[in-house]
Design a protein around this ligand. Structure first.
Ligand code: LLP
Length: 386
């Protein structure tokens, strides 16, 4: 089964471009709303890093989600899309002074702090402005996730977060500072996680840490468990909306949230992944020694995930129903890793056919580059074609 696309509207557009199915995005946001409400005191911040297309961002903002940002640029994009500052959180291992100042000027909800030197700088910059910054500590929980090594973040070896054994010291340090207010803990163990057991392991670790804090008579209002819920790249049509029911139920069942706490989430991929496709045109079909190549006008500059993480994206020939043949689907960029898939079954391909690379709404358009002086791809939403 292929996805449905307004092919007649695509014909005159310059390729490659990203296409976002607004109805699917809205349905996904609605599922998040319904399922997170069952979970109790939950607040969901969309991880802007997954996709900052202005049209996509404003649809997400309309649904009432907050924004999780990792740079000053993302904070600016979120503000421009209308996210209220009190619904913006700011994470990242390397926050520059101007980025911290921007966040202070807007009185954002919380800084997710990743080191002692960063805490000291936030305290100093807040002091210079006569303000008090709310901070949560990103704790590295040393919990692995069953996903690609490049997108695992919660192991002791990763650069992210503060070591668990340093937590008490950092909390005491914050307590001694005039211009920061310690409000809670932040975690994120990785991305594209489909095994709920990984999240259960994080719940168990958080429960231990919470008991420890309680023994110290510390009462914190904010627990943030990051993002990470994966999507079904193999079957975008069969499971267009991720299993938010199991996801939120997992936290509800396993995390011992205190009555005075709110639980914060930061999903990125699960919100936007399935609604986006990269649409490309076939430039050439080329015969190789023992295979044939379908050479697209989209390359790794438009969608880098296959080259960078050996990621799978389902590929469909939208222009043909002719018998299926196997192709190596490649881009035009001068790199041998500019390959979207090997021995991919596609309906017989001809020059000029339109091809969809599915499940590309997250970490697609936003990771595009201008390598080889290529133009950045455009992004269109389905409602532009009505
Ligand atoms: N919160 C924090 C602190 C994060 O580092 C991330 C992702 C998220 C939330 C959102 O995670 P998600 O729900 O999207 O899994 N470019 C890679 C993924 C990098 C994820 C980085 N951090 C890819 O294309 O697979």
């Amino acid at each position: 089964m292929k996805g449905t696309f307004p092919l007649d509207k695509f014909r005159d557009l310059r390729t490659p471009f990203y296409y976002y199915d607004v109805q699917l995005l809205r349905d996904t946001l609605n599922a998040i709303k319904v399922e997170s409400a069952r979970c109790g005191r939950c607040v969901v911040h969309y991880a802007v890093k997954a996709n900052a297309n202005p049209k996509v961002l404003s649809i997400i903002r309309e649904s009432g989600l907050g924004a999780d940002c990792v740079s000053g640029g993302e904070i600016q994009a979120a503000l421009k899309a209308g996210f209220p500052p009190e619904k913006i959180v700011f994470a990242g291992v390397g926050k520059a002074d101007w980025e911290i100042n921007l966040a202070l000027d807007y009185d954002i909800c919380c800084f997710n702090v990743e080191s002692v030197p960063e805490l000291e700088v936030i305290n100093q910059l807040a002091h210079d402005k006569g303000k008090k910054a709310r901070v949560a500590f990103r704790i590295n929980p040393d919990v692995g996730a069953h996903t690609h090594a490049n997108i695992t973040t919660g192991l002791a070896e990763n650069k992210f977060g503060i070591r668990m054994e340093d937590m008490d010291y950092v909390i005491d340090l914050a307590g001694s500072m005039q211009n920061v207010e310690f409000i809670g803990l932040h975690f994120h163990i990785g991305s594209q996680i489909l095994d709920m057991g990984d999240f259960v392991a994080l719940c168990n670790r958080i429960n231990e840490l919470q008991d420890h804090l309680e023994a110290r008579l510390l009462r914190i209002p904010y627990i943030n468990v990051g993002g990470g819920l994966g999507i079904d790249y193999a079957h975008p049509n069969r499971q267009p909306i991720p299993d938010f029911k199991s996801y939120f139920a997992t936290w509800h069942t396993h995390l011992k949230l205190r009555s005075w706490q709110t639980l914060h989430f930061e999903p990125g991929r699960a919100v936007v992944g399935q609604c986006g496709s990269l649409i490309s045109r076939v430039l050439y079909v080329k015969q190789g020694a023992n295979k044939q190549f379908a050479i697209l006008d989209a390359g790794m500059t438009d969608l880098i995930r296959p080259a960078l993480y050996q990621a799978y994206h389902k590929i469909e020939n939208l222009s043909s129903e002719e018998p299926v043949q196997a192709y190596d689907v490649v881009g035009p960029v001068c790199e041998s890793s500019d390959v979207f898939g090997k021995a991919v079954d596609l309906n017989t391909v001809h020059r000029g056919d339109l091809v969809a690379l599915r499940s590309a709404g997250a970490y697609g358009e936003i990771m595009a580059s201008g390598y080889n002086c290529r133009e950045l791809p455009q992004g269109y939403t389905s409602d532009e074609f009505l």
